[in-house]
Ligand binder design. Structure first.
Ligand code: HEC
Ligand code: HEC
Length: 479
């Protein structure tokens, strides 16, 4: 009797402590306006699984937008005194003296601190550049010397969901060709070489010998696993989810449970900042949902008649001098259903097939999707002005874009993914380092595989060069 009475009064005390704080917003993902936290309770993914209605999607993306713009604090888990910015959870050799510093990071309070031009989710000025380094051994570099990191300018995220969907479909196409080559080689008992194409973009060829040995020496502009990695200007990041988990750690010391939590590292507080389980899979999902559903840029039709005329001339030149061989105007997309977690991520980023809680965001629910053109097969034409392929873009004569010293993930220093030009009118400065102030300069900076087109541009009369730029200036973000 006495014991249960004790228990009851203990429970009352507990309730007295917890009820008021619940009323303060303890249990809702959205903190009170005066709360110094960005996250007051982890978001449950279960509430947002399966195919989401537009209403549910709006709820989730609103949370994602808030997190993208939130200035994370130490109360949320900012700080990684004993972990580096590396993608694979890596301990520092010794505790850092400077927790915030512009080079190896942490370097910002929020995602939108860099991605804000012309609006949140946008690109960034030179001042928002990031010093990208895998950071395994020299995690504590505090120099902008290019021997420690590759300096990159911030790109915009509009239409990012469509880009990832294109990449996923292209991956399926390339991997199916590998299977087909293997099948034919086995059936015929001889070596088979097949061209590797996805959505009309050529990625070289693949050869399979009769015994099943695969020869990848014919690959061009894609990784050996034939996964198209559409993110980062290097074309080495697979998904918005992977990028978000990387960025949260690099810029903010916010360690996502799905990568830095007990499952992979065996530790709750891997970065040893005194806070464990810093950002939940649900919160990462909300951030991904917001990015994946961002409206794609659409080309503007200028009111100014002179601009309209010049732009029409430039539009045609864009094809005739060969720009559109890499900056392909639009690629066809079969399905607008964005699954998160996605199908191809590596360990440390949740993946759909090992995860019960897959959510489907139907981009077709958005008004902007109806405005995108469709081809005769009913596929949505995504007007990205890119090919999601990597190219050598510098040579000895034109070396401006060959300015990095570190290879990233086995990709040569002077090889980059074709920049997507949708939105280019609103995202100066240009080039992967953001150190070129005009479109004329970045066009002239193309060397390597882009040399022929760039030299053709240089050979044009000035009025035609201006017309080409007048065309590029219609490729607005559209907000
Ligand atoms: C300090 C500036 C900065 C901050 C803060 C920042 N980013 Fe970025 N972001 C960049 C830069 C620079 C790139 C280009 C990286 C490259 O090309 O290697 C980029 C690229 C990206 C990309 C790939 C876009 C593409 O098309 O290739 C995504 C996605 C992204 N950021 C998401 C985020 C998220 C989510 C956050 C917050 C957790 C964030 N970023 C915070 C600077 C920043
Ligand atoms: C061989 C493929 C290829 C061809 C052809 C090509 N480009 Fe590019 N383009 C690229 C790559 C790769 C980049 C990324 C360069 C970098 O790393 O900064 C790029 C970047 C750009 C950018 C800057 C994007 C940004 O966000 O800063 C512009 C503008 C551009 N190209 C316009 C053109 C024009 C105009 C032509 C025709 C004269 C052309 N390109 C021909 C591959 C190509």
């Amino acid at each position: 009797m006495r014991n249960s009475a004790d228990l009851a009064s203990a429970l009352l005390v507990l309730l007295a402590v917890f009820i008021p704080s619940a009323a303060m917003g303890e249990d809702t993902p959205t903190p009170d306006p005066w709360d110094e936290r960005a996250i007051s309770a982890p978001l449950e993914r279960g509430d947002y699984s399966g195919t989401l209605t537009r209403e549910k999607l709006d709820e989730l993306t609103a949370i994602g937008e808030r997190l993208f713009e939130a200035r994370f604090t130490t109360l949320d888990g900012v700080g990684r005194p004993m972990a580096t910015q590396a993608i694979i959870p890596t301990k520092r050799r010794r505790e850092t003296r400077l927790e915030f510093q512009r080079m190896a990071g942490m370097d910002a309070a929020s995602c939108a601190s860099c991605h804000n031009d012309p609006v949140s989710g946008g690109a960034g000025d030179f001042v928002a550049n990031v010093f990208v380094s895998e950071g395994f051994s020299n995690a504590d570099f505090d120099s902008i010397d290019p021997q420690f990191s590759n300096e990159r300018n911030t790109n915009h995220l509009f239409g990012a969901g469509l880009i990832e969907l294109l990449a996923r479909e292209m991956t399926v196409e390339l991997q199916a060709t590998r299977e087909e080559a293997a099948r034919q080689a086995r059936a015929k008992g001889e070596t088979v070489t097949l061209p590797l194409q996805a959505k009309g973009v050529s990625f070289g060829s693949i050869t399979v010998e009769a015994d099943g040995m695969v020869d990848l020496s014919g690959l061009d502009g894609v990784d050996t696993d034939l996964v198209i990695r559409p993110f980062s200007q290097k074309g080495v990041m697979t998904s918005l989810r992977q990028f978000t988990v990387n960025a949260l750690n690099q810029h903010h010391g916010m360690e996502a449970v799905e990568r830095f939590g007990a499952r992979w590292t065996g530790e709750i507080d891997f970065d040893q900042d005194g806070k464990g389980d810093e950002i939940s899979p649900g919160d990462v999902s909300a951030m991904v949902a917001w990015q994946a559903t961002l409206e794609p840029p659409v080309a503007a039709t200028p009111d100014d008649e002179r601009w309209r005329e010049a732009s029409a001339t430039g539009d045609a030149l864009f094809d005739t001098i060969g720009c559109s061989s890499c900056h392909i105007r639009a690629l066809p997309l079969s399905s607008l259903e964005f699954a998160d977690p996605g199908p191809v991520d590596a360990a440390g980023t949740l993946r759909g097939d090992e995860d019960g809680d897959v959510a489907i965001y139907d981009l077709g629910l958005y008004d902007w999707a109806a405005r995108l053109e469709r081809n005769d097969k009913g596929e949505v034409m995504v007007p990205l002005f890119g090919d999601l392929k990597r190219h050598r873009i510098a040579d000895q004569k034109v070396a401006i874009l060959g300015n990095e010293l570190l290879a990233q993930r086995f990709v040569d220093r002077d090889v980059f993914m074709t920049g997507e030009l949708w939105g280019i009118a609103d995202t100066a400065p240009y080039g992967h380092r953001g150190d070129l102030t005009t479109l004329d300069e970045i066009i002239r900076a193309h060397g390597g595989e882009g040399s022929q087109a760039a030299r053709a541009y240089e050979a044009l009369p000035e009025s035609d060069r201006t017309a080409l730029i007048a065309f590029l200036k219609t490729l607005e973000v559209g907000r």
